[in-house]
Design a protein around this ligand. Structure first.
Ligand code: ZN
Length: 185
């Protein structure tokens, strides 16, 4: 049975950007496959938020600055843009990762918490890329802030630097009390 949003649900679409999709500099396997699922899902929510990984060109998470990742999502570059087929009309946008020294995985912030409170949000539904980093971090922070949180597993994909990282992420989310469902079927 398809997932049905409730009136107090807010959809948080994490980092569905070109660099995280096949052809991008930090491609998540099958990352683009979340796009049609999210396109069908988003219009059913009263509140939609997008997050955007938004790094300076010398960000500390980049390999040439000692970090684990290739250059990605440098603000203003084509790879930073949302996937061109993503059709969402967000009520709020979060630009994260601008601080050079911190990883910027989580899209959660006091500002987002305030926005969701004003929208009457009672549950935070998290989808997007990548399950084992930014989706996980955002969902855990929303949960730590006291929200009911749901991850839709067919609307996210893992990087899987290690083959079971996606499964480990789901385990960590379950352990924190985050729920999971599927958007479709
Ligand atoms: Zn990043």
């Amino acid at each position: 049975m398809a997932f049905t949003p409730e009136s107090g649900d807010a959809l948080v679409v994490v980092d569905v950007q070109r660099d995280f999709c096949p052809g991008g500099s930090l491609a998540v396997p099958e990352g683009d496959q979340v796009v049609p699922v999210i396109n069908r899902l988003a219009p059913r929510f009263r509140t939609v938020v997008t997050t955007h990984d938004s790094h300076p060109s010398d960000h500390s998470s980049f390999e040439r600055h000692g970090g684990p990742w290739p250059d990605h999502c440098v603000e203003g570059t084509p790879g930073w843009e949302l996937h061109p087929d993503l059709k969402v009309d967000p009520h709020h946008q979060v630009f994260k990762g601008r601080d050079r020294e911190t990883d910027g995985y989580s899209g959660w912030s006091p500002e987002l918490a305030d926005f969701l409170a004003h929208r009457g949000t009672t549950r935070v539904v998290v989808v997007g890329l990548a399950l084992d980093y930014c989706v996980q971090a955002t969902a855990l922070d929303a949960r730590a802030a006291g929200h009911e949180v749901l991850v839709l597993t067919d609307a996210t994909r893992a990087v899987n630097v290690n083959p079971d990282d996606g499964e480990r992420a789901l385990d960590a989310l379950r352990a924190a009390g985050v729920h999971e469902d599927r958007a479709e079927g």
